[in-house]
Write a protein that binds this ligand. Sequence first.
Ligand SMILES: Nc1ncnc2c1ncn2[C@@H]1O[C@H](COP(=O)(O)OP(=O)(O)OP(=O)(O)O)[C@@H](O)[C@H]1O
Ligand SMILES: *[C@@H]1O[C@H](CO)[C@@H](O)[C@H](O)[C@H]1NC(C)=O
Ligand SMILES: *[C@@H]1O[C@H](CO)[C@@H](O)[C@H](O)[C@H]1NC(C)=O
Ligand SMILES: *[C@@H]1O[C@H](CO)[C@@H](O)[C@H](O)[C@H]1NC(C)=O
Length: 257
Amino acid sequence: MAQEIAAVVVVGSCMTDLVSLTPRLPKAGETIHGSKFFIGFGGKGANQCIQAARLGAKAAMVCKVGNDSFGNDYIENFKKNNVSTEFVGQTADAATGAASIIVNGEVKTIFNPAPAIADLDPQFFTYSDIFCCNESEAEILTGIPVRSPGDAGNAGSVLLERGCRRVIVTLGGEGCVILSQEVRTPKHIPTRKVKAVDSTGAGDSFVGALAFYAAHYPDLSMEEMVKRSNYIASVSVQAAGTQTSYPSKKDLPQDMF
Ligand SMILES: Nc1ncnc2c1ncn2[C@@H]1O[C@H](COP(=O)(O)OP(=O)(O)OP(=O)(O)O)[C@@H](O)[C@H]1O
Ligand SMILES: *[C@@H]1O[C@H](CO)[C@@H](O)[C@H](O)[C@H]1NC(C)=O
Ligand SMILES: *[C@@H]1O[C@H](CO)[C@@H](O)[C@H](O)[C@H]1NC(C)=O
Ligand SMILES: *[C@@H]1O[C@H](CO)[C@@H](O)[C@H](O)[C@H]1NC(C)=O
């Protein structure tokens, strides 16, 4: 076995995106012309892992891919991005997406309840150090509609009552709201205004960046980690694509490291 596995370990989904650009959706059974087709690497868990690795984390992915060309290509993609594939399995069975859990070697666990279910096993609230969800996930879990930082704070308070230690509710262009058992008053952490081109995968960029900071800069305050993760995710919305838009350490201001 390896002596040191990784600083960031992501357990989660790994999917190949098959993207067609068409003028409209075809009806059932209809064939229409498209203008573009491309294959992308996706899956919320894999996205998060690649963002952490691009920032310089020693990262490993735990997932299973098929024994086919997409699976082989994905393993190559991990290797290219310096993600350890020691725990990437290959099987003839189809992969299924599920909630992703990020674990690092010390104590810290970030839980990203995507896609959210209303009757989530309550152990998930108490066992994660950081519970990070977006507006709609917060609403599904708490029943509180989240449309503003104030709403996010209210939903976050419910999650604290259920036993979460620290809660982050992401709010797209509004940044996020943080709160914790120690500081129960929600705090809104806005992000910078950018020209958003494609916000797909912004949440995964954010969680991946957070995992990087939790693993490599554990002494930073929650607020500082989240400000930097906001910044990194804001870079990702300024270009098209998911992983293709994720910045590397060299693309970012060096005072973030
Ligand atoms: N328009 C934007 N401008 C600046 N930053 C953004 C914007 N959209 C998203 N972000 C950044 O990305 C983070 C996560 O975004 P969001 O809350 O939309 O997550 P999400 O819904 O899980 O994303 P997605 O499902 O699109 O991957 C935000 O907290 C913020 O830091
Ligand atoms: C890849 O990871 C190894 C081990 O973690 C590290 O030594 C190396 O610098 C990394 N390479 C790149 C290009 O990031
Ligand atoms: C994957 O497929 C190759 C041949 O296509 C075969 O040799 C190998 O045993 C398969 N592996 C698994 C895990 O099914
Ligand atoms: C939140 O994430 C879910 C995936 O769990 C996604 O379907 C949904 O669109 C996201 N919500 C927002 C407001 O972006």
